[in-house]
Design a protein around this ligand. Structure first.
Ligand SMILES: [Zn+2]
Ligand SMILES: [Zn+2]
Length: 233
């Protein structure tokens, strides 16, 4: 299923963004195409394989991809990195902490056992917390949200937060995998995510919730990891 969202409202033209969400594979990983409507420059977030489908999304939108962004280094989110990188000739970007983490052979052995998939190739561009990638008129802000993995990030684009496995609709990503830590994830949510405006749209890394997207406001009300572990403490 491919959902197409063109955020149209009364905000100025510069705040509009085209977002396409597609669920890929048995793990229902959400891959995103995010495009600046004026310049058609864009990014792919977490290419989870099925590269032909992703390429057809790009063609349909007549988009010029500038970066492949990974919310984290888990194999299911990076499966399409190398093929798309070869075809599109763009850099793969990952947070510095996951680049370091997944450069450790023991981590990769353990992670391969857990996920049954090969580890990520090294990234071409290292992302740091607080940096903003300029893509056409879009600013894509990198927010480091460790916990699911040490280098997990969320990407904030004009009121849209791509949360990877840090925050799902009604849940959070696993913290029992190597490098995961629930306390760290909850701290990331408390200090970096739920402080964002309540109407910020949530675009999660898997299609595991009742709906494919949510908002910060709804998650603050309904997500038990936020209501029970953060707000009640
Ligand atoms: Zn993950
Ligand atoms: Zn995942």
């Amino acid at each position: 299923m491919v959902l197409v969202y063109l955020i149209k409202d009364t905000r100025p033209l510069k705040n509009k963004v085209i977002i396409k969400q597609v669920s890929i594979g048995s793990l229902q990983v959400h891959t995103y195409l995010v495009v600046c409507p004026q310049t058609k420059k864009g990014v792919i977030i977490d290419p989870a394989g099925d590269e032909d489908k992703i390429l057809s999304l790009i063609r349909d939108e007549d988009a010029h991809i500038e970066y492949i962004l990974n919310t984290h280094g888990h194999a299911d989110h990076v499966l399409g990195n190398s093929k798309l990188k070869d075809i599109l000739s763009v850099p793969v970007c990952m947070h510095e902490a996951d680049v370091l983490f997944f450069s450790d052979n023991k981590v990769n052995e353990q992670s391969a056992k857990e996920l049954g998939l090969p580890p990520p190739d090294p990234a071409d561009k290292i992302l740091k917390d607080g940096e903003t990638l300029e893509v056409g008129s879009l600013g894509i802000e990198v927010i480091h949200t460790p916990g699911h993995t040490p280098g997990s990030v969320c990407f904030l684009v004009n009121g849209n937060l791509f949360t990877g496995d840090t925050l799902f609709v009604g849940a959070v990503g696993r913290t029992d995998l190597t490098g995961g830590n629930l306390d760290t994830l909850l701290e990331s949510l408390e200090k970096r995510v739920i402080v964002l405006p309540k109407d910020t749209a949530i675009w999660p890394g898997h299609d595991y919730g009742e709906t494919p997207t949510s908002t910060i406001g709804r998650e603050i009300k309904e997500n038990p990891y936020i209501t029970d572990f953060i707000l009640s403490s």
